[in-house]
Design a protein around this ligand. Sequence first.
Ligand code: CP3
Length: 347
Amino acid sequence: MSDQKTILRALAGETLPTPPIWMMRQAGRYLPEYRATRAQAGDFLSLCYNSELAAEVTLQPIRRYGFDAAILFADILLLPQALGADLWFVTGEGPRLSTITTQGDFDKLTSIDDIDETLNPIYETVRILSRELPSETTLIGFAGAPWTVATYMIAGKGTKDQGPAHALKAENRPLFEALIDKLTDATILYLSKQIEAGAEVVKIFDSWAGSLEGADFIKYALEPAMKITQVLKHKHPGVPVIAFPREAGEGYIGFAKATGADCVALDNSVSAEWAAQNVQKDGCVQGNLASSHMVTGGQALVDETRAIVKAFSGGPHIFNLGHGITPDADPDNVQRMIDAVREPALA
Ligand code: CP3
């Protein structure tokens, strides 16, 4: 057991003296080496589809900081693109997609059996990484959860309240559900291929799960995560799944048990003490430092990091941020956080 990678040990339910650590969006614009490689690729999407350069930016934060996990460099919106949606990024604003609001729009999507034509370079990135990563580093593959991906496909962009997706759900539920089902099946194929290429863990990002309430949360956040997890576990026994129903609040309670996920990732809207009592009692949790500390730094960063490590010290825990690191973060603050986790006496 003890020669296993630390992240895999935590995901198997082991309580470790020092939690393993990685960071959402650890390869990103806060790093000068990322910005240089992105410029070399031309733009963000070209970087995602250039397997050599995508592997390079995945490795950059591992070289710089020695994180315990590397997350594949890609994006949750590559899957809609593989399904036939137009996708582009507007500098300073974010993603844009062709919209899906009618049955006709939905019918124009390609068959899920054709997604690999677009996604093959992503599997190649995974293969390169599984050769090149240090032996102690775990490789995490990922996809967006169906609801979160659907919110972008329906609105054609990021939205604050996911209004267009909620509107389609209210006005044309059969169409909305057909989209969720198609994304669920496509996500299973996509993650399965990542695992076959060498991903050792997969994470499902449901960034907008918090805007689903009551029965909708069960039907469109929990049930798709459950189906994806169950089919993957059947096809690839032993490959752990991390679920991230961001801002689920009370919905975090029992989410791992209900879906079969091995770990629930926590945003920073819940306190570590509350989550230790109510969520970690069922198994591994990941999180949950506010990413703003990576910008502001100082003693507050060290204190809050230590408090989170302490709150989760009674059970399996992977240290992470509550959401992705932002471009204005200071790379030195990342090192300070790592020191505070790994060498609390020195920080
Ligand atoms: O975590 C990692 O380092 C792995 C790579 C990764 C990216 N996006 C790279 C990226 C992962 C796991 C994602 C997930 C993702 N993408 C999510 C779910 C997690 C979350 O943040 O809530 C979502 C909602 C997206 C969609 C997306 N991609 C948006 C809204 C944006 C624009 C916002 C921004 O930060 O610019 C992106 C672009 C994006 N994805 C960047 C990166 C490094 C920045 C692109 C650039 O270099 O210009």
